[in-house]
Design a protein around this ligand. Structure first.
Ligand SMILES: [Zn+2]
Length: 201
């Protein structure tokens, strides 16, 4: 999905209708900041707003997602492509998150089991130490994989300007976080906030 192209198309169609960003925003009961965000390609219109937006602009959802007017012969083909790419983007993110949860659980269970075994059974001290080291290595490896998977699923949304971005790996790892948010510096407005995780660009 080419957000820049979609944004330019929204701006073009809006101007064709003789509307300002503010006027279009008022019709959709949203802020003109949001319209500006779409038009600069910094976010895709929420699925629930697509139909009303298209109605105001006199275009179809299919045309919106393609970022251009489409004639009848091309129409069906494009509709299918657009639907697929939208669904695929979400699916990939979801799959990564699910995978990271599974890896996390397996890691914890196996590290814990080995650690318990090293304390429970009779064995020479050096074997105990080896088992403890193995469980630590498994733990670190597992956490690393979970972080990589999570990093590669979706984007983060700035609290202040609502723009979405992908942080650097360093900033991602160092940022304090909750399950759905992470403290990051927004590259668009430069402000630091607990950014919400989003599954799509
Ligand atoms: Zn920002």
């Amino acid at each position: 999905m080419d957000l820049k192209r979609i944004g330019l198309f929204i701006a073009l169609m809006r101007k064709e209708k003789g509307l300002t960003q503010k006027e279009l925003a008022d019709k959709l009961y949203i802020s003109d900041k949001t319209v500006s965000k779409w038009e600069t390609g910094n976010g895709l219109c929420d699925v629930t707003l697509m139909e009303p937006l298209c109605k105001e602009l006199g275009i179809t959802v299919n045309e919106l997602l393609s970022g251009e007017r489409i004639d009848d012969t091309e129409y069906k083909k494009r509709a299918e492509e657009n639907m697929l790419s939208l669904a695929l983007e979400r699916k990939q993110s979801k799959r990564n998150i699910l995978l990271s949860i599974i890896v996390g659980i397996i890691t914890l269970l196996s590290a814990f089991t080995i650690l318990m075994a090293s304390g429970y059974y009779e064995m020479p001290t050096y074997q105990r130490i080896i088992l403890i080291i193995i469980s630590i290595v498994i733990l670190i490896g597992g956490i690393y994989v979970v972080c990589i998977l999570d990093y590669h699923s979706g984007t983060f949304e700035c609290r202040h300007c609502k723009k979405r971005f992908i942080p650097s790996m360093g900033a991602y790892l160092m940022g304090p976080h909750t399950i759905t948010t992470r403290q990051l510096k927004c590259p668009h407005c430069g402000k630091r906030s607990y950014c919400k995780k989003r599954l799509t660009k």
